[in-house]
Design a protein around this ligand. Structure first.
Ligand code: DC
Length: 231
């Protein structure tokens, strides 16, 4: 595979902080960002929208190829996700949407349908890719692979705070159960399960502030000459 641009991958379970860390690293490096989880969330969302049968694998795979998605920035500077021109930023972030994503993500046909769409994000000057199989399947040639994790309790608490901030009515106990269930499904599926890529740098972010984790990833990238060292 020829390299269109250098890639840094960040894989890990829900609530490990991948999204926040990936965004910060991409911003500081001036690189593009791929939130691959959003694509799986969009497939599940679009499927429900089209009233597809929940078990219709081919229908969901077709949507994975045909759906029109725009990742942009809203008027207030925050991230914005448009599906067929409709703002679905909040709608795809609920835990229910996460569960739907995890379900369609277990189907090989959907994963295959999203492969090229994901690889197309690798454009100069570089890409930070956030997901579950970025380093193992989608970008095996990545210059730096990070596997980010944290204790199950801390991950549930982070997701709880995140969803609360967005005004969602959630219970910590229910969220913990759902996250455990989703992790189990993502880690045990037959295709592209969540596992650290060979050669991945494993970072356990339990108890670490965001800046410390971002600093560690930036340092690992600088060591590989992906960007200048921080002063
Ligand atoms: O990162 P996230 O919570 O937005 O991801 C939602 C679901 O999508 C996750 O539970 C599993 C699936 N997913 C995947 O299978 N592969 C990816 N690269 C990213 C997400």
């Amino acid at each position: 595979m020829t390299e269109a641009a250098p890639v840094v991958t960040l894989d890990g379970p829900s609530g490990s902080g991948k999204g926040t860390i990936s965004r910060a690293v991409a911003q500081q490096a001036g690189w593009h960002l791929l939130d691959s989880g959003a694509l799986y969330r969009l497939v599940a969302y679009a499927g429900a929208d089209h009233r597809l049968d929940a078990a219709d694998v081919e229908g969901h795979a077709r949507l994975a190829i045909s759906m029109q998605v725009t990742f942009g920035v809203g008027p207030d500077g925050s991230e914005q996700v448009l599906l067929e021109g409709r703002d679905v930023t909040q709608a795809i972030r609920t835990e229910t949407a996460g569960q739907g994503a995890s379900r369609v993500a277990a189907w090989p046909a959907v994963r295959a349908a999203l492969l090229e769409r994901q690889r197309a994000f690798a454009r100069p000057p570089g890409l930070v890719a956030d997901g579950r199989d970025m380093g193992t399947v989608v970008f095996p040639q990545a210059r730096l692979k990070v596997y980010l994790t944290a204790s199950a309790e801390e991950r549930a608490l982070r997701r709880y705070k995140q969803l609360k901030e967005k005004g969602a009515g959630v219970s910590l106990a229910a969220l913990s159960r759902e996250i455990t269930e989703r992790d189990a499904r993502d880690s045990t599926r037959a295709v592209a399960p969540l596992i650290p890529a060979p050669g991945a740098e494993v970072i356990d972010s339990t108890g670490l502030p965001i800046e410390a984790v971002v600093g560690r990833v930036l340092e690992l990238g600088a060591r590989r000459s992906l960007w200048p060292p921080r002063t």
